[in-house]
Design a protein around this ligand. Structure first.
Ligand code: NAG
Ligand code: NAG
Ligand code: NAG
Ligand code: NAG
Ligand code: NAG
Length: 382
């Protein structure tokens, strides 16, 4: 998540949390059952440049069923379905009381690979994405103000409607905040990571049982920047989740069904190169769970590897910086990375554009996503 000093952007509106998509999914016909990231056709060659006014992406996830990428548009607080084959925005999901308020962000957006077991609908498959809504205040104040609404929305793409939503504030009660990323496990549960201080919450697949899975006890009086990203290693069965901490250290969690609390186990990074400006982490499906990409806002994408995919230790291979040149003049941070199609991985960039009065910050209409695959592959040869 972009840390910003734009306190003027904070509107202290009281928001209601009843998301109803306004212009939701466009007609949705054939869903073919592809279950990994590697069966979509390759993209046409070249960097992806999304022509989308005020997209300002914060996080991204590839949807291998639709072969589209979902993006969280942070300032507008919308979720965007983008087609990189035709270079078009296919739908923008807006939520009343959330989108365009300025007081809330939408950051984490993720396709849900395990959402095929809704209670009472056993055997049916739904096409679901998770959307994380979070208060803008922690980001504007570097964690000094951790108050505000947050929620998790499960959105049924096929039906174009909200499946369920949970009010995360019911549990967090303004004691910690900065929620910014989500993961899903093979039991259909969703994990929400918070950054001030580092916390992980978990909720069951039907939206019930939201609980504190990892919350420091006692909570510090002044929150330090903690966990910023989560990634489940699906290729080895999905029992392992990785999280990166605010000091750059990497942790491993066992997700097996009986784990009611998360127990972090340190994953030593060799050589120990640590960045304290971490954001989202990602295991691109094309590398089969062996390569972890850590977005470090000002430094670039760190490439870590676990050859046997156990993630007991991690090799640090190098860092891919934000590209230079005219297109990237105002790209000041890297917030995430994402695979699109079967053989390309891209950086997701944050932009330092001149402010526009009102609540959204910039006038940008073109959002480049640089292809970093060749750079990753070069580091993997080391
Ligand atoms: C991205 O780079 C990789 C490696 O050079 C290449 O194979 C792939 O085709 C590129 N993707 C696009 C969309 O250009
Ligand atoms: C952001 O909001 C503006 C209106 O304020 C709209 O024109 C634009 O399409 C929106 N973009 C996204 C990606 O939500
Ligand atoms: C969410 O929960 C918080 C704390 O319980 C409450 O103050 C707030 O009104 C709730 N929001 C909605 C929209 O129900
Ligand atoms: C993060 O690291 C940078 C460079 O090493 C250092 O200047 C800065 O003080 C550190 N920030 C925190 C909050 O530790
Ligand atoms: C953004 O675009 C609007 C409409 O064209 C214009 O009035 C405004 O000056 C622009 N703001 C900036 C900061 O470029």
């Amino acid at each position: 998540m972009i840390t910003t000093k734009l306190t003027t952007l904070l509107s202290l509106l009281t928001v209601t949390f009843h998301p109803i998509p306004i212009h939701a999914a466009i007609p949705f016909s054939q869903i073919t059952n592809r279950d990994n990231g590697n069966s979509c056709p390759p993209l046409p060659r070249g960097d992806v440049i999304a022509p989308s006014y005020q997209l300002y992406p914060e996080n991204a996830d590839w949807d291998p069923v639709l072969c589209r990428v979902w993006l969280g548009a942070v300032w507008n607080a919308t979720a965007v379905r983008y087609n990189p084959y035709t270079n078009t925005v296919e739908s923008i999901l807006e939520f009343p009381g959330i989108s365009h308020t300025g007081s809330l962000h939408i950051g984490g957006v993720a396709w849900d690979p395990y959402f095929n077991k809704v209670k009472g609908e056993e055997g049916k498959t739904r096409h679901v994405i998770s959307i994380l809504v979070n208060s803008a205040r922690p980001w504007a104040t570097d964690g000094r103000d951790i108050t505000g609404e947050r929620g998790l929305i499960k959105y049924d793409v096929g039906r174009g409607e909200v499946l369920w939503e949970v009010n995360v504030t019911d549990v967090s009660r303004d004691r910690y905040g900065g929620f910014q990323d989500i993961e899903r496990d093979r039991w259909g549960r969703t994990y929400i990571v918070g950054t001030w201080p580092g916390t992980i919450l978990r909720v069951g697949r039907d939206g019930h049982g939201l609980r504190e899975w990892l919350v420091p006890d006692p909570l510090p009086a002044i929150p330090q920047k903690g966990y910023s990203g989560l990634a489940v290693v699906r290729e080895t069965g999905g029992d392992t989740m990785l999280a990166v901490d605010g000091d750059g250290r990497l942790y491993r969690f066992d997700l097996r069904e009986d784990q009611d609390r998360g127990t972090p186990v340190n994953v030593p990074i060799r050589p120990e190169v640590l960045y304290n400006d971490t954001d989202a982490i990602y295991l691109p499906p094309m590398y089969g769970g062996r390569v972890l990409l850590v977005a470090s806002l000002f430094s670039g994408i760190q490439v870590l590897r676990s050859k046997d995919r156990s993630w007991k230790t991690a090799e640090y291979l190098g860092t891919i910086p934000i590209p230079t040149g005219r297109l990237y003049e105002r790209a000041n941070v890297v917030v995430a990375s994402v695979q699109m199609g079967s053989s390309s991985v891209f950086m997701v960039l944050g932009w330092n554009d001149p402010l526009v009065s009102g609540i959204v910050p910039g006038n940008r209409t073109q959002f480049p996503f640089p292809n970093i695959t060749a750079k990753i592959d070069a580091l993997l040869k080391i």
